[in-house]
Design a protein around this ligand. Structure first.
Ligand code: X2X
Length: 344
């Protein structure tokens, strides 16, 4: 009898222990995780976040619940503080642009180097190759867990004044820029008047005419109907494209089981692939339907000839040389080599 009681006691203790550890592991999971984004759905960027969150919820059977905070609302719209907030744990996870994190991670300026990436194959040669791995190692060292690449896209020039065909056409024009001083250097090289401001401030500045123009991927032009805030001219010059990076705060990532970590990582990769296709829609087909759609809004769309484009490239060479040193010549050289070797 005594023996049986002891056995029963042991069994009960073991049960308590099992439940105990279970409860502890569960307690480490937050009921909800905060995901920061600049642009929400229906933009490709916003869809990247939405698809990632949905896949994670489904594949973890609701163990990991993610809420989207577009408009970088967790940092009051100040997008260049997003990475610091992520590192500090104010933000649990994010899909963020390399431009917005480049004030904290100088290597991310690589993608903002003027005219470095002439086409989508060049973008892929970087993000999907060795350079991409190096960049992820740098992000990891900076204090976050990078999981996958997405894409904001080629940033085309829009303005309210005139068709831009040469650097001279930009003289004196007030252009909104964001991110690191690299962008100010680029627009100063054209003799323009760049002003650094967040996306939240850019929209009223465009409406009121406080700035004449801006640069952003063209899906944003159609989603926001930028022609209604006076942006009547678009120049496709393909000077830079900003990738997006899916990241998770280090402590948050470490709090998940290896199986859940793998799920979150794979969901980011899957969402990233879907999102990149969406970001390129209308721009990779031969007749570029997105440009037609914009022209249909009564907007003058200027596509530069190779010779016209070359004038912009030339004007920015000193900026390129200066920033090559800041970013790290080795990394920039690797990027140049990867692009030269790309499959078109
Ligand atoms: O602010 C911008 O221009 C945007 C939305 O493209 C970024 O967050 C980099």
């Amino acid at each position: 009898m005594k023996f049986r009681r002891t056995l029963l006691g042991l069994a009960l203790a073991a049960t308590a222990l099992t439940f105990g550890t279970g409860a502890m592991a569960q307690a480490a999971y937050k009921p909800e995780y905060k995901m920061s984004l600049v642009l929400g759905p229906p933009t490709p960027w916003g869809m990247a976040g939405q698809v990632w969150a949905d896949l994670v919820k489904e594949r973890t059977a609701g163990r990991i619940n993610i809420k989207l905070f577009p408009g970088v609302s967790l940092v009051q719209g100040d997008q260049t503080r997003e990475f610091s907030a992520l590192r500090q744990g104010v933000i649990d996870m994010a899909v963020g642009s390399t431009i917005n994190w480049s004030p904290q991670i100088k290597e991310l300026n690589l993608f903002s180097m003027p005219f470095l990436m002439p086409d989508y194959a060049a973008v892929d040669a970087l993000t999907q190759g060795e350079v991409g791995k190096q960049i992820f190692a740098t992000v990891e060292k900076a204090g976050a867990v990078p999981l996958a690449w997405g894409e904001n896209g080629y940033r085309e020039l829009t303005n309210s004044k005139k068709a831009i065909k040469s650097p001279d056409d930009l003289k004196g024009m007030k252009i909104r820029v964001v991110g690191s001083p690299l962008f100010a250097d680029v627009f100063n090289a054209f003799g323009a008047n760049p002003t650094q401001m967040s996306w939240a401030d850019a929209q009223p500045a465009l409406s009121s005419g406080a700035v004449d123009g801006q640069e952003n991927p063209l899906f944003l032009f159609t989603v926001l109907k930028m022609h209604t805030v006076g942006q009547k001219f678009v120049t496709t010059w393909g000077y830079v494209a900003d990738p997006l990076i899916f990241v998770v705060n280090k402590e948050v990532f470490a709090s998940w089981t290896p199986a859940d970590q793998a799920i979150v990582r794979q969901a980011a990769i899957d969402a990233g692939k879907q999102e990149i296709a969406l970001a390129r829609k209308g721009l990779t087909e031969a007749d570029k339907p997105l440009l037609k759609e914009i022209a249909g809004m009564g907007v003058t769309v200027t596509q530069l000839t190779p010779a016209e484009r070359e004038a912009f490239v030339k004007a920015t060479r000193p900026v390129y040389a200066k920033w090559k040193t800041t970013i790290g010549a080795d990394l920039v050289n690797s990027a140049e080599k990867a692009i030269a070797a790309r499959k078109k």
